[in-house]
Design a protein around this ligand. Structure first.
Ligand code: NAD
Ligand code: ZN
Ligand code: ZN
Length: 238
């Protein structure tokens, strides 16, 4: 659960303290790493070692360095889900989750083929999200959010690659990454449920919105959008 992670422990899980400070700038505060972070050390809770303003950390996989307190501040500003994303190269540590409100994802099979995929049938995904009240993870906690154009109907070719995308979309749904609450860039309406950067095809036989078929690059594009949220084939391994 979200509150189970103490922020400092999350930072210390994925960054190690650097002894010799490199002659570089911190990508968060833009100041030199040899100068201390402008953020303050959080008040000590029992146990654990506090991160100091002059502590420089290095990510364990990608190796990028920054002030650990700057990274802590960035973490505390986000969804605090126990995951970190390197601000330099976007490498994800742990399991990134989003702020998608409660709803349901249903899958159906349709015999008819999609334009551009004549050799197979179609997978239909139906997303239903009812209106509700924003939580602490949303832009205006306590205020309502609206849901326009739900249920939303989406389509994938029922071939090997399409079925792989479907399995990854199920992972993204569980991690609350498909939708978010924000301002719709199409309608300008604030406090509404919107897509969250993982593109879906919402037209089956037409392409009036540009979100239809044929689109020979679609499956590859959505695979890279999923990967940028940390959802890859590795998530499907037992
Ligand atoms: P948005 O306008 O904030 O845009 C977020 C992302 O969604 C963008 O990347 C955009 O390219 C993509 N997007 C925009 N319109 C899309 C569409 N029709 N199908 C698939 N992707 C689309 O996102 P939003 O406010 O969630 O959706 C945009 C609009 O599309 C809204 O007005 C919504 O009501 C409408 N919509 C309607 C239906 C429907 O079945 N009636 C289905 C999907 C979207
Ligand atoms: Zn910094
Ligand atoms: Zn990095």
């Amino acid at each position: 659960s979200v509150s189970a992670h103490r922020s400092e422990e999350v930072i210390q899980r994925y960054m190690e303290v650097v002894a010799g400070v490199p002659d570089e700038d911190c990508i968060i505060c833009m100041d030199q790493l040899s100068n201390p972070s402008g953020y303050e050390t959080p008040s000590t809770e029992e146990g654990g070692q506090s991160i100091q303003p002059d502590t420089v950390g290095k990510f364990i996989k990608c190796g990028h360095t920054l002030h650990m307190l700057c990274m802590l501040a960035m973490y505390n500003n986000g969804t605090k889900d126990g995951s970190l994303q390197c601000p330099s190269c976007k490498t994800i540590y742990g399991e990134k989750t989003g702020t998608q409100p409660k709803g349901k994802m249903e899958i159906y099979s349709i015999a008819q083929s999609l334009p551009g995929h004549p050799d197979c049938g179609t997978i239909q995904i139906i997303y239903s999200i009812p209106p509700g009240i924003q939580g602490p993870e949303h832009p205006n906690p306590g205020q309502p959010y609206t849901c326009r154009g739900f249920p939303r109907f989406c389509f994938l070719p029922d071939n090997d690659k399409g079925r792989k995308v479907l399995e990854l979309l199920k992972v993204a749904w569980m991690r609350r990454l498909i939708f978010t609450v924000g301002t719709s860039s199409t309608t300008g309406e604030p406090d509404t449920v919107v897509w969250n950067g993982i593109h879906h095809k919402t037209e089956m036989m037409s392409n009036l919105s540009g979100h239809g078929y044929p689109d020979p690059n679609y499956l590859d594009n959505v695979l890279s959008e999923l990967a940028s949220q940390g959802v890859t084939e590795d998530c499907l391994k037992p």
